[in-house]
Design a protein around this ligand. Structure first.
Ligand SMILES: C[S@@+](CC[C@H](N)C(=O)[O-])C[C@H]1O[C@@H](n2cnc3c(N)ncnc32)[C@H](O)[C@@H]1O
Length: 182
């Protein structure tokens, strides 16, 4: 099973219909669509991406479920400022899939600084029992530093829940998945 599927499986074990969830890097919208189906008509997905191409592609992909998703062309470093008051501590899941938009501009990729700020805010948003998934790509330019920073941040800042790290043995450049339960 691919790391993207493992992340979705972990999220599916936690999220219930009616929940509020966040896709912090919507990209081509596959995770947004997955989340919109999971939360059902009573739930809400808040999605973030800095690229207009990602917003447009995701709007097309989720058109059937458009009423369940609110998309922002903004950095996940500003998650909380865009979300309704009262949402802090009530979010069931936050998904990060780092790197660049597949098929898009490879120069427009996540950076360590904004990723760590996004993670800090994501931990604030999560409810008790909520889940955070981060898929990092050490094989991308700058991705090794970002993946190491994510690991060290989660080791230090998420001490009260459980942190699972999925790696591929003997392949240091393979994607790394972090799954944190609050
Ligand atoms: C690997 S893609 C995400 C794939 C997506 N989860 C999907 O299912 O198709 C990474 C995305 O992160 C976006 N991104 C880069 N920096 C960002 C930031 N600071 N805030 C939000 N999104 C960002 C990129 O534009 C890109 O679309």
């Amino acid at each position: 099973m691919q790391q993207t599927e493992l992340a979705q499986q972990a999220v599916a074990d936690v999220v219930q219909p009616g929940d509020i969830v966040v896709d912090a890097t919507i990209g081509n919208g596959y995770d947004t669509l997955f989340l919109a189906q999971l939360v059902g008509p009573a739930g809400t997905v808040f999605g973030f991406d800095i690229q207009s191409a990602a917003i447009q592609e995701t709007q097309k992909r989720i058109s059937e479920f458009a009423g369940r998703a609110i998309l922002f062309q903004s950095s996940h470093a500003e998650l909380i400022s865009h979300l309704p008051r009262g949402i802090v501590g009530n979010v069931a899941a936050v998904m990060f899939n780092l790197g660049y938009l597949p098929g898009g501009d490879k120069k427009c990729m996540t950076t360590t600084e904004s990723t760590l700020e996004g993670l800090r805010q994501a931990l604030e948003l999560l409810r008790a029992g909520g889940i955070l998934t981060v898929l990092a790509y050490p094989g991308h330019r700058g991705g090794d530093e970002e993946a190491a920073a994510v690991e060290s941040f989660l080791d230090q800042n998420a001490p009260h829940g459980t942190l699972v790290k999925q790696t591929v043995a003997d392949k240091p450049a393979a994607p790394r998945l972090f799954i944190y339960r609050q």
